[in-house]
Every structure is written in C-alpha cells, then in structure tokens.
Design a protein around this ligand. Structure first.
Ligand code: NAD
Length: 295
C-alpha cells in the first residue's frame, strides 16, 4: 500500500508531481537542495490550486487538504517513511546516479524508486542501486496537473509487480499510463524529437517559414501547437540533448541534431526561457511573434 511519496526536486516537474499526489490524498515529502526553490514550488502549487478552484474543478477543502499533505525538506531524512520515491531533479546523468545511490540508502526496503527522466536510461540508473528490480521510469508530462499521460518505463530488471503497482497508481492520479521498454528516448521523445528536428531542417533548408511550418502541423495534423513553438516551449537545449541521446544511443545519423538547432543552442537562443528561439517572448505578452532572425 502506497501512502507516503517522496518527490526529489521541486522544479517545474517536481512541484506538479507533488501537487497531483497530494491532491489524491497521498502524504508527500517534497525534497530539494534549495530552500528558495521549495518556497517557489509551494507558491506555484497554491496558484495552480487557485486556478482549479476558480474553474470549479476542486473545492476549498480539497485545496486546503492538498497543501496540508505536502511537507517540504532539504534532506533525504523523510524518505524512511516512504513507499515510493519519484525523482524529478535536474536532467544530468552523474547527478541522477548520485541521487539514486543516496536514496537507495535512505529509503526503506521494498520502497519503489522511480525517475521522471526524459532521456536517461532507467537500466543505468537502476544499476547503481541494490534494488534494480524496484527501479522504474515514471515520466510525467508538463504541466503535470493538466497532462494525462504517464509514460511508465520498464528498466531491464524491473519486476512485473512494480510495473503493475505504478500503472495502478497512475490511474489513481487520474492519469493514463502507457508501459514502454527502456531504449533511448523511450516512446514519447523517440517520436517527438525527430519530428521537431525535421521541422527545424525544413526551416534550415528554406522549404517553408516558421509560421507555415507550424500552421501546417496545427491545422493539417490537429496538433495543438506547431513543432517549432513546441521546441521553444520545451527548450532548444533540452531538444538538442535528447537528440544527442538518440543519436549516440542508436548510432544512427537520422537522429543527428540539425545544424541550425546546434547554432541556436550555441548562441543561447533557447526558446521561452531565454526570451527568444523561433519566436520572441516578452513578459506578460501572449502574442506569438516570429523571431527577427526568421522574418
Ligand atoms: N520540464 C519538462 O517539460 C519535463 C518534462 C518531462 C520530464 N522532465 C524531466 O523532469 C526532470 C526535472 O526537470 P525540470 O524541468 O523540473 O527541472 P528544473 O530545473 O525545473 O528542476 C530541477 C530541480 O532539481 C533540484 N535539484 C538539483 N539537484 C538536486 C539534488 N541533489 N537533490 C534534490 N533536488 C535537486 C533543483 O534545485 C531544481 O529545483 C528532468 O529529469 C527532466 O528531464 C522535464
């Protein structure tokens, strides 16, 4: 029976994961090395709960209960009461391996250790623990309270009972789990990133402009957002590093990042987070303006 969940990392994904578990009545320890990041996470969760309240999808009681189910901390001490740990710290292989070594020591026997990684091998993460059969991928999508999918990733050693537990748990969070195996990019990014890369190649080769590429995919394929806008949203550095994982992992040149993407990352044009990518973003404005570079 899973009652207490520890979430490691209180950034974009960690605060959302803590929110959805706490809203379903789980007791949540939200852990980060940075106290300001924990404070910011709590304020984001409160804002998101207020939005749900305004829309009428939750009551004041649920908001209060959700917040009271979350305890923030800057150490792994709270892990000893957990039946599940979901790691959502910065996407860096060495950091994740070090965190998994530590949480393997801190978490009780039988506790499932999940990672929200977008691209790092679950098998590799599991191999640094003494419980590889209890290690699994639980890949939530951004923004977590809104997006329905959980990509559940079986590492090479993951036990079937662990997969079944995580699938049931995802359903309890009102999410739709899809089980996949641990190969580079899993399913979500293996299919998404080559599409984004191809959109960037189409721009690079002058096949069409930014607006045309995104409009074709929005109106023609019913995508809610065009691939170039989505790349800006995800972060061009993140797209680059996932393509690199696919390229190296499969040794297939079809995954090589487009030279234009490489240039943009090198120039620090990373999308929304830097204010410019394929589009430009100014604080407070919702208007989508194609970057001067591509006009
Ligand atoms: N952002 C997305 O759209 C998205 C989507 C799916 C999956 N992911 C994955 O989720 C994970 C987190 O991504 P994010 O976008 O939330 O990152 P983020 O940078 O917003 O947050 C990462 C957090 O981890 C904390 N952290 C770093 N080292 C730590 C440690 N040793 N112990 C505890 N906390 C630590 C940082 O202080 C920070 O608050 C990554 O693995 C990423 O690949 C991200």
């Amino acid at each position: 029976m899973i009652k207490t969940v520890s979430v490691i990392g209180a950034g974009t994904m960690g605060n959302g994961i803590a929110h959805v578990f706490a809203q379903q009545g789980f007791s949540v320890n939200l852990v980060d090395i940075s106290q300001p990041q924990l404070d910011k996470a709590l304020s984001t969760i409160t804002k998101n709960l207020d939005r749900q309240l305004t829309k009428g999808s939750i009551t004041e009681e649920i908001k209060a209960k959700t917040l009271s189910n979350i305890t923030t901390m800057t150490s792994f001490a709270g892990l000893k009461e957990s039946q599940l740990v979901v790691e959502a710290a910065t996407e860096n292989t060495e950091l994740k391996l070090s965190i998994f070594r530590q949480i393997d020591e801190a978490a009780p026997e039988g506790c499932i250790l999940a990672s929200n990684t977008s691209s790092i091998s679950i098998t590799k993460i599991a191999a640094v623990t003494k419980r590889p059969e209890l290690v699994i991928g639980m890949h939530f999508m951004n923004p977590v309270p809104v997006m329905k999918l959980v990509e559940v990733i079986n590492g090479y050693a993951t036990k079937k009972e662990v997969t079944d537990t995580v699938v049931e748990l995802s359903k309890q969070l009102n999410k739709i789990p899809c089980v996949v195996n641990d190969y580079p990019g899993f399913i979500a990014n293996r299919i998404l990133m080559p599409m984004i890369n191809e959109a960037i190649y189409s721009l690079y080769e002058g096949v069409a402009d930014v607006t045309a590429i995104d409009t074709v995919m929005k109106l023609g394929m019913a995508h809610p957002m065009g691939p170039l806008q989505l790349a800006d949203f995800i972060g061009l550095d993140v797209c680059y590093s996932i393509l690199d994982v696919l390229h190296k992992g499969f040794g297939n040149p079809k995954y090589a990042p487009c030279p234009l993407l490489v240039n943009m990352v090198t120039a620090g044009k990373l999308g929304i987070k830097t204010g410019e990518g394929f589009y430009t973003y100014s604080a407070g404005s919702k208007e989508l303006l194609v970057s001067d570079r591509f006009r």
